[in-house]
Design a binder for this molecule. Sequence first.
Ligand SMILES: Cc1ncc(COP(=O)(O)O)c(C=O)c1O
Length: 443
Amino acid sequence: MLDKPVSRPNDLSAYWMPFTANRQFKRAPRMITGADGMHYVTDDGRQVLDGIAGLWCVNAGHNRPKIVEAIQTQAATLDYAPSFQMAHPRAFELATRLADLSPDGLDHVFFTNSGSESVETALKMALAYHRAKGDGGRFRLIGRERGYHGVNFGGISVGGIVANRKMFGTLLTGVDHMRHTHDLSRNAFARGEPEHGVELADDLLRIAQLHDPSTIAAVIVEPVAGSAGVLLPPKGYLKRLREICDEHGILLIFDEVITGYGRLGTNFGADYFGVKPDLMTTAKGLTNGTVPMGAVFAANHIHDAFMSGPDHMIEFFHGYTYSAHPLACAAALGTLDTYAEEGLLSRGAEMADYWADAIHSLKGLPHVIDTRNLGLIGAVELEPIAGAPTKRAFSAFLDAYHNHDLLIRTTGDIIAFSPPLIIEKEHVDQIVDRMTKVLTALD
Ligand SMILES: Cc1ncc(COP(=O)(O)O)c(C=O)c1O
């Protein structure tokens, strides 16, 4: 039609961007056109140091040859296979490899396409497990304030980020929340796990007593809360949660979408903290961010509880068209090979001290009210501008990207760092240098 305006290649109006200040972005776009290793390439030809592994997911760095090749080969061999009542070999190969990597006894893997879907899957598994055991009176799900468990209805219900919940009605019923563990009055500038706050785990007991423990199906927490701004578990906190769950027959779900696949210098957060959950949700680093995929790890007793009844019957009425997608499986296998060959799952442990020194060296700069670290995660918390929360950190983000070639991530007034695990000391130094300039100039 001649009178229809021709859409320009640089027309930004049609794409409604997720978790983005759309109007601000479209006034001054930040466009990425390429990537390699530790860097992004921008449309104006700059090399931007990736301080956040994309979105906490590109753990092996960008455009890794094994992963690229695995995806390309798979696309040309088997594009798609149905995952309901059918399968392809790589799905089994991947599940076995993952079960070998996971804590002992979490030997069953259910594939999804994202962290959000992994969370929904784990919550449903928990409820259905109790039903399968004849304990269907356990219907409550417990989350935690400031928890992030993706954006689907189950996830935002157990999640505790107000902005992600308040627009969306009544959410799931039968949900309650423990207090969060972030306490700058006692733990500011802690190196590693904070000393104070183990008693906050007893908030689960309070909630259990309020509702009657026998009505609670599961509690879900991130071992380290990432998206809410790197909130660390106090020493002993996760162990105490496990004890309370055991005492009261409550399942413990670790949401390891960020802490999985080497972020803390161990395979999973469960390994780092020495606490074994009943269910573990993962995504992100599973395919190094290349193809959407998530995986839920189920303890053997959970899985086995479903394996009863006539054997022609479906045991768990749940799954996705793209569960165990061949391209995602290939990408994940290429990713696991890359992690293994380069020792990346333990590299966070080797770099942790250098990283901790670097992050804490930002203490004392203007507006900095906390610096914290664990594994290859770090955060700088800023004093918010009175009456304009989030603005200060967002300004830092813009300045870092536009003027200092550094990609960081902000939540509220917290700046988070979570670089690819291939990071070298020189990159750590660059992050500190550039952040020092950004913070020094910040209003
Ligand atoms: C702990 C946690 N759970 C779930 C999710 C949701 O993952 P996705 O965005 O892949 O749905 C995230 C994403 O950041 C996360 O950090």
